[in-house]
Write a protein that binds this ligand. Structure first.
Ligand code: IMP
Ligand code: MG
Length: 181
């Protein structure tokens, strides 16, 4: 890896592989929506880099909105319940919604958000996730657009964090068993 700070991390998907796949996803979404307008809803904070790149690969009129969620309880990521800590800025009734997420893991977050958004009667609702870990699923939910399907690994970079660190790594890396300094 070119970076000296993170030179020991194993790269799972390089910045070039990510860019190539995001371009394909953008082209697919452009074809599927066939000239319709889109509201892209990013799930903060992890999806910010993906939304930023995906939006520029989509040749449609698109607006952005963002939500943020957190898990209840002491558990790290799978305490069971999700709460909304930042709501949408604008109504989505009658709009084509594309929810943009960094990683679909247990499915708890996206199941919660899908229910919340559907209650607002969008014209359509689809989900784009950069990564999917199907083996970890608790809630029955699938994304409409998946960048890469991965095994049960903890990954960092390109928006994804370990204890809020590593979000700015340009590649997607595997989190080592013991945290690097
Ligand atoms: P879910 O509700 O379990 O599907 O959780 C999805 C969220 O957990 C993602 O949006 C990420 O913020 C976080 N997450 C799940 N797996 C990973 C990982 O491997 N690295 C970093 N964050 C992860
Ligand atoms: Mg996330």
């Amino acid at each position: 890896m070119s970076s000296t700070t993170y030179k020991d991390l194993e790269i799972l998907y390089s910045r070039q592989q990510i860019a190539d796949r995001v371009a394909e996803m953008g082209a697919q979404i452009t074809r599927d929506f066939n000239g319709e307008n889109l509201v892209m809803i990013g799930v903060l904070k992890g999806a910010a880099p993906f939304l930023s790149d995906l939006a520029r690969a989509i040749d449609l009129e698109a607006t952005f909105d963002f939500v943020a969620t957190s898990s209840y309880g002491k558990g790290q990521r799978t305490s069971g319940a999700v709460k909304l800590i930042k709501d949408l800025d604008l109504p989505i009734e009658g709009k084509n919604v594309l929810v943009v997420e960094d990683i679909l893991d247990t499915g708890l977050t996206l199941s919660y958000l899908r229910k919340l958004f559907l209650a607002q009667h969008p014209k359509s609702l689809r989900i784009a996730t950069l990564l999917d870990k199907p083996s970890r699923r608790i809630e029955k939910i699938e994304a409409d657009y998946i960048g890469f399907s991965i095994p049960n690994l903890f990954v960092i970079g390109y928006g994804m964090d370990y204890a809020e660190r590593f979000r700015n790594l340009p590649d997607i890396c595997v989190m080592p068993a013991s945290s690097p300094d």
